[in-house]
Structure formats: C-alpha cells, structure tokens
Design a protein around this ligand. Structure first.
Ligand code: SF4
Length: 72
C-alpha cells in the first residue's frame, strides 16, 4: 500500500500546450487526451511518488502543472 501524502497534482489546461513532457516523465500519472491536453490519471501523490511527480511538474515547458498540499 502506498504511504499517504496530502499532495495532489493540478493541471492548468489553459496553459497546457500538449508537449507531453509530463507523459514521458511519468506515464503512470499523465496522458494526453483527445483534445491534445494533459489528462491526469492519478491526482493524489503518495510520498514515494513525490520525486517523480516533481520531476514531471518541472518538465512542463508551459508551466501548466503544479503540486499542491491539501490541508489534513
Ligand atoms: S508537459 Fe505541460 S504542456 Fe506538455 S502535456 Fe504536460 S502539462 Fe501539457
């Protein structure tokens, strides 16, 4: 079982240009939809998934992705 974290990944679709860098970095979490925009397959980020999720967020040239911590 994944250890829990209160982090979620958020996409700003108005910024997404469909570069797919995020999909290449973390294909278990990101995909491209029929509209050419990112589709988030899994929004919650477990603690052990954070490094890869952070890398994917940084890989987006359009700054369309961000991580947010939800209050407990
Ligand atoms: S890397 Fe950024 S611009 Fe490219 S598909 Fe992912 S969210 Fe969209």
């Amino acid at each position: 079982m994944n250890s829990s974290s209160n982090t979620v990944v958020i996409a700003d679709l108005s910024r997404c240009q469909g570069y797919a860098n995020c999909v290449i970095t973390d294909s278990s979490r990101f995909d491209l939809g029929d509209d050419g925009k990112v589709s988030i397959l899994q929004q919650g980020v477990a603690a052990e998934e954070l490094p890869l999720a952070e890398e994917a967020v940084k890989s987006c040239p359009a700054l369309a992705l961000r991580l947010e911590s939800e209050p407990t």
